[in-house]
Ligand binder design. Structure first.
Ligand code: AMP
Length: 458
C-alpha cells in the first residue's frame, strides 16, 4: 500500500484545500511517485492506466507550475478523445478551485472553433486538447506555445493507436527544448519508446505495479449499476443474502459520509470509517463492527488498514479502487480464517475499463452479477421467513397464541388463510422499511419459481 500523504508532496496550500474538498484521503501510488518528479522539472513516463489517479498525478503539478494570470498557456495537455479532454478539464477545474489566476480551457474537435478562439483570446494558462484541434489552432496562430513550460501526453498509446503520431511530433517540435515533457501510457510499445528517445530528455520511469495475489476462497463479481442505483443494489443484495457483516469501500471520505446517511435512512445500522475521524472515534466504530452492533461499515482504504474482523460476509466496492493492489487488499477482508467470502464491485460505462485492468492484474475474471429485482428480494425474504416459522413451530410455546387465533379459525377463515395474512403483514412491513420498489429502473432477471431460484450467488 501507499503510505505517503498529500502534505508530504510539496503541494500548495490552495491545491491541498481543493484535494481536501474533493475528499481524496491519500495520494494514489502513481500520484505519490509522479508528483515529485514533475514538480522537480524532470521529463517522466508514467506507465499507468485509467483509474489509477493519473489525471491528478499530472494535474496537481500542472496547476502549480502554470504561469498564473498569463495570457499565453504554460501547460498543454494532449488527450486522445474529446471525452477524455472534457474529463481531464473537469478534474483540473476542481483541483484549481482555490488557486487564483489558473484557467483551464478544453479545445477539441466537434466544438465550434469560434467559441475556442474567443476563449483563447481571453487567455488560458492550461490548455487541454485533442491533437487535431490543437494543430488547427497552431496553424491559425490562435494558440501560441512560446511560453509553454510543460507538455503532458495523456493516454499516449491511445493517441498513437488512433493515428495521431504525426500530429504529436509536430506539436512536440513546437515545444522541444523549451518545455518539460511528461507522458502517461497504459502500455509502452516500441512506438512510445521512439517518442521517448526522440522528444524526451532522460525521462524518469514510473511504473505502478503491486502485489496482486487474491485469496482463493472469495467469489468475485462485478455488477453493472449506475451511480444513482448503487445504494439500492447494496440493500437488495444484502437483504437477499441475509448478510450479517458487510464492508463497503468508497474512494472518498465525502462519499463514505453520504452513503452512511443513505443506508441509515433505509434502516440499516451503518457507520463510516475514514481519515477525518479522530483515532478514538475510529476505534469505537471498529469495535461496534467487530461486535456486530453495526452491520455495515463504509470505509476508505486508508482508514480500513487496521481492520481485523474475521466474519465479514461481503466486501462491496461502491467505487472501483484506483489501484489493483487496493482491490486485493479490500477483498482480502472477507474469506478470512478459512471462510468463504464474496466481493462485489460496482461498475458502469467508462469505468468498465478499470474492471478489465484489475482482471488483467489479478489474472482472474470477475463474474457478472445482475442486480436482483425487488421481486426476487421479496421471494428470498419469504424463504428466510419460512425457515423462521418452522424454527418457531419446532421450539413450541405457542399455546397462548393458538388460544387467541382459535375463534377466527372457527369462523369464516381457514388456518392457512390466517397464516398467509400474518405472513403478508410481516413482509409488507419490512418492505416499507427497506425495499423501495424501483424495478422499472433496471434490467430485471427472468422470473424464476421460488424453488428453482438459485440462492448460491447470494
Ligand atoms: P483517473 O485515473 O485520473 O481517471 O482517476 C480515477 C478516479 O479516481 C477519478 O474519479 C478521480 O477523481 C479519483 N481519484 C484520483 N485521485 C484520487 C485519490 N487520491 N483518492 C481518491 N480518489 C482519487
Amino acid at each position: 500500500m501507499n503510505d505517503s500523504t498529500f502534505s508530504e508532496l510539496n503541494i500548495s496550500p490552495e491545491v491541498l484545500k481543493a484535494i481536501q474538498e474533493m475528499g481524496f484521503e491519500a495520494p494514489t501510488k502513481v500520484q505519490s511517485r509522479s508528483i515529485p518528479h514533475i514538480l522537480a522539472g524532470k521529463d517522466m513516463v508514467g506507465h499507468a492506466q485509467t483509474g489509477t489517479g493519473k489525471t491528478a498525478a499530472f494535474g496537481i503539478p500542472a496547476i502549480q507550475m502554470a504561469n498564473k494570470g498569463s495570457k499565453t498557456p504554460s501547460v498543454l495537455i494532449l488527450c486522445p478523445t474529446r471525452e477524455l479532454a472534457i474529463q481531464v478539464t473537469g478534474e483540473l477545474i476542481k483541483l484549481s478551485k482555490f488557486t487564483k489566476g489558473v484557467y483551464t480551457l478544453p479545445v477539441y474537435g466537434g466544438q465550434p472553433i469560434s467559441r475556442q478562439l474567443k476563449a483563447l483570446k481571453k487567455g488560458a494558462q492550461i490548455v487541454v486538447g485533442t491533437p487535431g484541434r490543437v494543430i488547427d489552432h497552431l496553424k491559425r496562430g490562435t494558440l501560441k506555445l512560446g511560453s509553454l513550460e510543460l507538455v503532458v501526453l495523456d493516454e499516449a498509446d491511445e493517441m498513437l493507436n488512433m493515428g495521431f503520431r504525426e500530429d504529436l511530433e509536430q506539436i512536440l517540435s513546437y515545444s522541444q527544448g523549451k518545455s518539460q515533457t511528461v507522458m502517461f501510457s497504459a502500455t509502452v510499445p516500441k512506438a512510445i519508446r521512439n517518442i521517448m528517445n526522440r522528444w524526451m530528455d532522460n525521462p524518469e520511469m514510473v511504473k505502478v505495479e503491486g502485489k496482486t495475489e487474491t485469496a482463493s476462497g472469495i467469489d468475485q463479481y462485478f455488477m453493472e449499476v449506475r451511480d444513482s442505483m448503487r445504494t439500492e443494489a447494496i440493500s437488495r443484495v444484502t437483504d437477499m443474502a441475509n448478510f450479517k457483516l458487510a464492508l463497503i469501500f468508497c474512494n472518498t471520505k465525502r462519499k463514505c459520509d453520504s452513503l452512511v446517511q443513505e443506508l441509515q435512512s433505509r434502516g440499516y445500522s451503518a457507520d463510516a470509517l475514514h481519515g477525518d475521524m479522530r483515532q478514538n472515534v475510529r476505534d469505537k466504530v471498529m469495535n461496534k463492527f467487530r461486535t456486530g452492533k453495526i452491520d455495515m461499515l463504509v470505509a476508505t482504504d486508508v482508514a480500513a488498514r487496521g481492520l481485523d474482523v474475521d466474519e465479514i460476509d461481503v466486501v462491496f466496492n461502491y467505487d472501483i479502487p484506483n489501484d489493483p493492489e487496493y482491490y486485493v487488499h479490500r477483498i482480502g477482508r472477507t474469506g478470512r480464517a478459512g471462510r468463504t467470502g464474496m466481493a462485489i464491485s460496482f461498475t458502469s460505462g467508462r469505468k468498465k475499463k478499470s474492471v478489465r485492468f484489475i482482471e488483467k492484474m489479478i489474472r482472474t475474471q470477475l463474474k457478472p452479477l445482475p442486480m436482483p429485482s425487488a421481486k426476487e428480494v421479496q421471494l428470498s425474504k419469504m424463504d428466510n421467513h419460512i425457515e423462521e416459522v418452522i424454527e418457531t413451530l419446532q421450539s413450541g410455546g405457542l399455546r397462548e397464541y393458538i388460544e387467541q387465533l382459535e375463534p377466527i379459525a372457527e369462523g369464516d377463515f381457514t388456518p392457512i388463510e390466517i397464516a398467509a395474512a400474518l405472513f403478508k403483514m410481516r413482509l409488507e412491513k419490512n418492505n416499507i422499511d427497506r425495499v423501495q420498489d424501483s424495478s422499472h429502473e433496471f434490467k430485471s432477471k427472468p422470473k424464476k419459481s421460488r424453488k428453482k431460484r438459485s440462492k448460491r450467488n447470494y
